[in-house]
Design a protein. Structure first.
Length: 116
């Protein structure tokens, strides 16, 4: 699945697994559905969708260093994530969709928009 939205929080923490300690990097991304969709129209959904995208460092990928070096709060992102979604309820009654990230990049759509 593709998650598109604005980065509102970036956090890295150490977690302990059966194979030892590693780092978990969490991106909180909000899609306010104001960006044009395929037909050039904004999305029909009115309330923002909140995502928590998790990246776990491994022997192949050091997500924690790469993400912190390239992204800052406020960036527009495109995240390629696994299709499995977990729903996490919040104290305020809203919910956050939790997904595992595969890759992440900056969105170019805001830069490509024509200004009249």
């Amino acid at each position: 699945m593709i998650v598109r939205g604005s980065l509102i929080h970036l956090h890295t923490t150490i977690i302990t697994t059966k194979r030892g300690s590693t780092q978990l990097t969490t991106l909180r991304v909000v899609d306010d559905h104001s960006r044009p969709q395929h037909g050039g129209q904004p999305g029909a959904r009115h309330s923002p969708t909140r995502y928590e995208v998790q990246f776990v460092d491994s022997k192949l990928f050091q997500w924690s260093a790469a993400i912190q070096a390239r992204f800052t709060v406020g960036d527009d992102l495109l995240v390629y994530a696994e299709d499995a979604i977990r729903v996490q309820g919040d104290r305020d009654g809203s919910s956050t969709l939790v997904v595992y990230g595969i890759d992440v990049g900056h969105a170019t759509q805001p830069l490509a928009r024509r200004v009249e």
